[in-house]
Ligand binder design. Structure first.
Ligand code: NAG
Length: 629
């Protein structure tokens, strides 16, 4: 155990610096000449958690050019920038903008456009400001950030996006200011040998001011008194651009975005969890080994003298332990999908740790997950079919067809229904029909055939041969002690792996719901390893006790025992919902609960599979080590 642990730590310490320092095949840098136009693109507006208001009030993203915002459009209309599949699925909608930026050319108070808000639209924008919506702009692939100082560590960091507006609540009324002026500070780095310039940082300081339009694109931004968005207010949108030379080279321009907040605390928790978990795992493993050794020695010794044989214990159920479980088809399908998920997450995390996922490549994480999932359809089919025939299942055709359809179909249906809610809200988060169709095409063209091929291979193989024969007549099962009843045993088994991943899970949830850049794949890698270990050992331990209680129906109990981690993931999300979030509106709540349920379900399938196969290996091992007459 100890060498493995130190190897993991070593691997992590090797990986961690690299995650923030270099990205292998990231996007190639763009070189600009002095005064060359640098495009500013706009992405959807998203609700965020702010420093002052640590609660999320909505989950619905809006397209930048959603009509009620009345933002300035380019003269010839906005154009969409092409994006990867993963980026679209995760809600990115990047379009061109009317901002006119030129490398190295400072501008002060340029007028973008003038607009008159209708009562209805002003009300809409006011509500969005109160829900902490953020602008998401991109210059040269780099998100426009706002500047923050960590209150505890006093360190400066960039956080992606900047607020749509500000509001001050007092007893009588709420003062709402729409940010209509932007001070854009672009940091650039000179590449001497190429006589070119590269963008290495983008900061925006927005303000709500009474700008005046002087005509000819010039404005007057000297009146800094806050402009409150009222009915029929005319708003002049203005911006200034400041170019600052920076020593940061292009290769490390993402570092300031990827500041882990409080890395020491994060490390502390993770190492704490790791030590605790490895200690427990070691304890469990040694106890188990010792008990087994004693049992095996005893059984083999008393084998000749049957009368003296201990009446309780796992050996008694040797004639039933490999009996076909209930619903073998469903279990095999879950296990196939779980194996597919297992390899997909593993491969994605390894790729990410190696630095293959550049943050400039938006949505690369999601794209990679989809691609891996499709490709590993082969493994899903193989595992599902082989376990099915090993359970003694006979309807292999049904298994072959249902494996690539059941779990993905379930996920897709939920996704589809949630998408309807977004469409109904007029949100840009709704996945376009074309993307949906291409996803289904990928599923049917890659995932299905590859799963069939996997099943075909497995069906040609010999099924599993248990080390002991199964009796014809099932044994009677005595009533279990209270803690071995299905519910408490399941709840207990899932607890240990969940405790191991909880800290990381919270970071992941924050990055999903609060649109934070997640870039701690070194941590994630460690955490994934710890989760596998704890799932495997905790479930094997539970199954040992279950078998000692002469209960031989261990298949589903192993699956649900480890799968309970998914249940805890759901419960954790619910606790968040109650404690941290104050989502307004039905859609946000439905979205949150729907996605949490989906995440919990996928977690359950993944961890359940890990627990099941660990238990299977364990059961195989102990029953092949005893002598049966
Ligand atoms: C542009 O503005 C920045 C920030 O105020 C300043 O440091 C820089 O020298 C200015 N550049 C030019 C060309 O005036």
């Amino acid at each position: 155990m100890a060498p493995f642990f130190s190897a993991l730590l070593l691997a992590a310490s090797l990986c961690l610096p690299t995650t923030s320092a270099f990205y292998l095949p990231g996007v190639a840098p763009t070189d600009y000449l002095m005064s060359q136009k640098v495009p500013l693109n706009v992405n959807r507006l998203t609700p965020a958690m702010t420093e002052y208001d640590e609660s999320l009030k909505s989950l619905i993203p809006y397209d930048y050019y959603y009509k009620r915002f009345q933002f300035c459009r380019p003269p010839d209309g906005p154009k969409s920038i092409s994006e990867s599949l993963g980026s679209i699925l995760f809600g990115d909608r990047i379009q061109t903008s009317p901002f006119d930026l030129h490398m190295g050319k400072n501008e002060t108070c340029k007028v973008l456009c003038k607009t008159e808000y209708t009562k209805k639209n002003a009300e809409f924008v006011r509500s969005r400001i109160m829900e902490n919506y953020y602008y998401n702009w991109l210059i040269d692939g780099l998100p426009a950030a706002s500047w923050h100082t960590d209150r505890q560590t006093k360190r400066d960091y960039y956080s992606v996006g900047f607020p749509l507006g500000t509001y001050v609540e007092s007893k009588e009324h709420v003062d709402v200011g729409l940010n209509n002026h932007y001070d854009i500070i672009v940091e650039y780095h000179e590449v001497k040998e190429r006589k070119a310039y590269r963008v290495v940082g983008v900061l925006v300081q927005p303000a709500s001011i009474s700008s005046k339009d002087l005509g000819g694109g010039k404005g007057d931004c000297t009146d800094r008194s806050a402009k409150v968005l009222k009915e029929g207010t005319e708003v002049v949108y203005t911006y200034s651009v400041y170019w600052k030379e920076s020593p940061t080279p292009w290769a490390t321009r993402w570092d300031k975005y990827l500041q882990v907040d409080q890395p020491q605390i994060h490390w502390f928790f993770l190492i704490d969890a790791a030590i605790l978990v490895f200690f427990l795992t070691g304890l469990v493993a040694t106890t188990l080994l010792r008990a087994l050794k004693k049992d095996i020695a005893k059984y083999n010794q008393f084998d000749l003298d049957e009368d003296v044989q201990d009446d309780s214990g796992w050996k008694l159920v040797h004639g039933d332990v490999f009996r076909t479980p209930k619903n073998p088809l469903l279990l095999a399908i879950f296990l196939g999908s779980g194996a597919q998920l297992f390899f997909m997450t593993g491969a994605t995390i390894i790729f990410a740790v190696l630095g293959f996922l550049s943050p400039s490549n938006r949505g690369s994480l999601a794209t990679m997950m989809i691609v891996f999932y499709m490709l590993f359809g082969f493994i899903g089919g193989y595992v599902s079919s082989w376990t099915y025939i090993s359970f003694g299942g006979e309807n292999w055709k049904r298994n072959l067809i249902l494996t690539p359809l059941f779990v993905p179909g379930l996920v897709f249906s939920v996704f589809f229904i949630l998408n309807f809610f977004l469409i109904f809200e007029g949100s840009s988060g709704a996945v376009p029909v074309l993307t949906m169709i291409s996803l289904v095409c990928l599923w049917f063209l890659i995932s299905l055939p590859s799963s069939f091929a996997g099943s075909w291979m497995a069906l040609k193989r010999e099924p599993y041969h248990p080390p002991v024969r199964t009796n014809q007549i099932p044994r009677q099962i005595p009533p279990p002690p209270p803690y071995l009843r299905p519910l408490p045993a399941t709840l207990l088994t899932g607890l240990l792996p969940f405790a191991a991943i909880m800290v990381e899970l919270i970071y992941i949830m924050k990055s999903i719901w609060f649109a934070k850049v997640y870039y701690m794949f070194g941590f994630l890698f460690l955490c994934y390893g710890i989760m596998i270990m704890t799932c495997a050992t905790a479930t094997a331990l539970m199954i040992y006790f279950v078998l000692c209680g002469e209960e031989y129906r261990w298949h589903w109990r192993a699956f649900w025992g480890a799968g309970m981690v998914g249940g805890y993931v759901c419960l954790n999300a619910l606790a968040w919902w109650v404690g941290k979030l104050s989502l307004g509106g039905v859609t946000s709540n439905v979205l949150y609960l729907g996605y949490s349920l989906l995440m919990g379900f996928l977690f359950a399938v993944l961890t359940g599979t890990i627990g099941f196969f660990a238990s299977w290996a364990f059961v195989h091992k102990i029953y092949s080590s005893i002598k049966i007459d």
